[in-house]
Write a new protein. Structure first.
Length: 443
C-alpha cells in the first residue's frame, strides 16, 4: 500500500520545511522538499495543508497496567489512547502483576502486546534485590533497558540493598544496557511522613505531598545514582526529574541523562487547590520555581527526553490525601498537544519538542529505524494542526480509567492523523480498531 502526505510542514532533525512524505508499505520511501506533489497513483492521500508533520512520538515511560491491574487500564485501551495522541511507540514499566522481573513475565507481556497493542511496544526489565543474575539472559535487541526503583513505589520493587545496587549498576554497564532509575530516598520519605502525621493525622492533605516526597528525598537518591553511574561507567537515565537542584547533577558527557514528564512541566503545588489528588504522583509536583527550572532545562539541553509516566488509576483509587490516594495520572493521549502548547508560550521551539519526544528517545535507547523522518525508516508519523482550539471533555478520553487532570483545558494544537508502520491508524476522530503495532527492535 502506498500513501502520500502532502502540503504540510515537515519537522525533522532541527529543521522545518514544506514538503511531501511518500510511504510505501510500512516504510518512508521519499521525502520531497518544496510545494510540488509527485504524480502517481496512491492508495491513500493525507492532505496536511496548514499542519505540521512530525515523527511519531516515542513515549519511553508508561504504565499500561497489564497484566494483573486491568481494572485500571490495559494494553488495548492505553495503546488506543496513545495512537489518538500521536504516540506510535511506547516502553512499558515492570510494576505489573506479576512484575516484569523474570524472563517468563517478560515473554508474557510481549505475547499480550502482539495480540492487543495498536502501536509499537517494548518493555523494561525490572531490577530486584534478587534477579541480577538474570540480566545476562536478556536479549538486548528486544528491550530498551533495565528499570531500577531506588525509592518506594507501587509494586514493592524497591532495591534497598546497597550491595545489590552496586551489582545492578555494574552489570548494566557490562551489558551496555541503559539503566532507568526512579530516584527517591525511602528513609527520607518515611521520616517526613512520620513527622507530618504527628501534626496532620494519618492521611495528611495532598498539599503536603511535596513535603513528604521532598526535594531532599529526590536529590539524595539522584545524586547517589549519578555517583554509582560514574563509578561503573553505567548509562543512567534518571526518570521524572522534579526539582531544580537535580538539574545541576554532573552528567559526565552524556552518560547521565535526565527525563522530564509532562505533569511536572504543567503543574505546580498551587494546582493542588483546584486539582487535588488528580495530580498526585511520585515524585510529587513541586514549586513553581521547580517547574520553571525544568522548562528552562528542556530548552538548554540539560533534560534529554520528555515522557508521560502515564499511570492510570480508577477514580476511586484517587480518593483521600497524601497517604491514601493513589499516585499517578493518565497523560499519554494529550502529551503531544500539551508540549506543543509550550511552543505557543515561547518555552520551546517545535524542533526541540520533536527532539525531546521523538529523536532523543530513539537515540538514547538505540531504537532501530524509528523516531526520525528518514527514507528507509518505519513510517511512524503524526500530523498536528496549530491554532485549532478544542476543549477536552470526558467523552474524548480513550484511557480505560475515563478521567484526566486536563479535563476542561483548551488546547491550541490538535492531532489530525497518526500513521503507524505506514498504516493510517487515526484519522480526524476515526480510529482503526483492527490495527496492530510491532515489537520495537533495539541496537
Amino acid at each position: 500500500m502506498n500513501m502520500l502526505i502532502s502540503n504540510g510542514r515537515i519537522v525533522n532533525e532541527g529543521r522545518t520545511f514544506e514538503g511531501t512524505v511518500v510511504i510505501e508499505n510500512d516504510r518512508i520511501a521519499e521525502i520531497i522538499e518544496g510545494n510540488e506533489t509527485p504524480r502517481g497513483n496512491y492508495d491513500q492521500c493525507v492532505d496536511a495543508t496548514g499542519c505540521f508533520v512530525l515523527p511519531g512520538v516515542i513515549d519511553s515511560h508508561v504504565h499500561f497496567r497489564e497484566p494483573g491491574l486491568t481494572q485500571k487500564a490495559d494494553i488495548e485501551s492505553e495503546s488506543r489512547a496513545a495512537a489518538c495522541g500521536g504516540v506510535t511507540s511506547y516502553f512499558d514499566m515492570p510494576n505489573t502483576v506479576p512484575q516484569t522481573t523474570s524472563l517468563e513475565a517478560l515473554e508474557e507481556k510481549f505475547a499480550l502486546a502482539r495480540e492487543k497493542s495498536h502501536v509499537n511496544y517494548s518493555f523494561f526489565f525490572g531490577a530486584t534485590n534478587d534477579n541480577v543474575g538474570d540480566f545476562d539472559r536478556l536479549n538486548r535487541h528486544r528491550i530498551p533497558g533495565i528499570k531500577l526503583f531506588m525509592g518506594s513505589s507501587t509494586g514493592n520493587m524497591l532495591v534497598d540493598r546497597y550491595g545489590t545496587l552496586l551489582q545492578v549498576f555494574q552489570k548494566a554497564a557490562e551489558l551496555d544496557l541503559p539503566l532507568m532509575a526512579h530516584c527517591e530516598d525511602t528513609d527520607t520519605i518515611n521520616q517526613n511522613m512520620q513527622q507530618i502525621r504527628k501534626t496532620y493525622g494519618d492521611d495528611p492533605d495532598v498539599m503536603l505531598h511535596p513535603l513528604i516526597r521532598s526535594e531532599e528525598a529526590c536529590l539524595l537518591s539522584s545524586a547517589l545514582a549519578a555517583n554509582l553511574a560514574r563509578t561503573y561507567d553505567t548509562r543512567l537515565h534518571i526518570a521524572h526529574v522534579s526539582t531544580a537542584k537535580e538539574l545541576d547533577l554532573p552528567q559526565d558527557g552524556g552518560n547521565v541523562t535526565l527525563e522530564a514528564v509532562v505533569a511536572h512541566l504543567l503543574f505546580t503545588n498551587k494546582d493542588y487547590l483546584s486539582k487535588g489528588t488528580l495530580i498526585k504522583c511520585n515524585p510529587a509536583v513541586k514549586k513553581p520555581e521547580d517547574r520553571d527550572a525544568l522548562r528552562q532545562a528542556l530548552a538548554d539541553g540539560r533534560i534529554t527526553t520528555v515522557a508521560t509516566d502515564h499511570a492510570p488509576h480508577q477514580l476511586s483509587d484517587k480518593q483521600g490525601g497524601a497517604a491514601r490516594a493513589a499516585s499517578g495520572m493518565p497523560m499519554v493521549q494529550f502529551s503531544l498537544p500539551a508540549m506543543l502548547g509550550l511552543t505557543d508560550e515561547g518555552v520551546l521551539t517545535i524542533e526541540r519538542v520533536v527532539e525531546l519526544m521523538c529523536h532523543n528517545p530513539a537515540t538514547l535507547f538505540g531504537v532501530r529505524e524509528r523516531g526520525f523522518i528518514r527514507p528507509g525508516y518505519k513510517a511512524d508519523l503524526v500530523v498536528v494542526k496549530p491554532q485549532h482550539p478544542w476543549t477536552l471533555t470526558e467523552e474524548m478520553i480513550q484511557s480505560k480509567c475515563g478521567w484526566s487532570p486536563l479535563t476542561g483545558h483548551t488546547f491550541q494544537w490538535q492531532v489530525q492523523n497518526t500513521i503507524c508502520n505506514g498504516h493510517l491508524i487515526y484519522n480526524k476522530g476515526t480510529f482503526d480498531h483492527a490495527s496492530r503495532g510491532e515489537e520495537i527492535q533495539f541496537r
